[in-house]
Design a protein around this ligand. Structure first.
Ligand code: FMN
Length: 199
């Protein structure tokens, strides 16, 4: 159903590993399911002076590899900021699920390599269109109408296309419900370590 998440979450948790299993289910579903708010996550980084955040579409989630994939414009200022400081926090919340998931880790930037080629081939013409915009993102302009994309060759956008691979080392699961709030933190240093936190 439109605007409804297809995932159901448990009413209560019997063990902490269940929170990781449900997070996996929610984020895997969110890749192709634009009706969950986990499809559009908030990605925050440090630009050298302050924290900056933006919404980005989740393109891939792999819990085994502990990787999320995002696409962006290589001309965006966050590319330079991420090369200087790759530490990133990613957060999402869906009120239908009453679940917040927060991840911490580092981003690797990919440009014109095997990773970007594979991701580009898997992108729709509608997505490719964004990368054909002239001037690059965040440039100051007088008239936005001049930047409306009319006719375009989708393939011409590849030169501006970048893939951000986010490798996470922590995943925090917060479930707020009257029956009992639950907050779990999963971290990976050498092995997985899972703990309940006071919610
Ligand atoms: C629903 C939605 C989805 C978006 N998806 C992306 C995305 O996948 N990649 C991206 O770079 N920007 C995406 N944006 C735009 C960013 O939020 C941001 O405005 C843009 O990346 C430029 O800002 P920045 O360079 O500070 O990140 C999206 C915005 C919205 C509202």
């Amino acid at each position: 159903m439109k605007n409804k998440s297809l995932i159901e979450v448990p009413d209560s948790y019997n063990n902490i590993q269940e929170t990781l299993e449900v997070a996996d289910k929610i984020l895997s579903d969110a890749v192709d399911n634009s009706s969950t708010l986990f499809h559009t996550l908030v990605v925050s980084l440090f630009d050298g002076k302050k924290v900056s955040s933006r919404v980005m579409v989740l393109r891939e989630f792999d819990l085994k590899k502990r990787v999320m994939r995002f696409h962006t414009d290589y001309r965006a200022s966050k590319i330079q900021q991420l090369s200087d400081n790759p530490s990133v926090s990613v957060i999402g919340y869906d009120p239908e699920l009453k679940v917040q998931i927060k991840l911490g880790g580092k981003i690797d930037i990919h440009y014109d390599d095997d990773v970007t080629q594979k991701a580009w081939e898997g992108s729709s013409n509608r997505s490719k269109k964004c990368y054909t915009v002239k001037g690059g993102s965040s440039k100051k302009i007088n008239d936005p109408v001049e930047y409306d994309i009319q006719e375009f060759d989708p393939e011409s956008g590849y030169i501006n296309f970048a893939v951000l691979l986010f490798s996470f080392k922590s995943l925090e699961y917060l479930y707020l419900k009257r029956s009992g709030h639950r907050r779990a933190i999963h971290t990976w240093e050498s092995a997985l370590d899972s703990n309940w936190l006071v919610p």
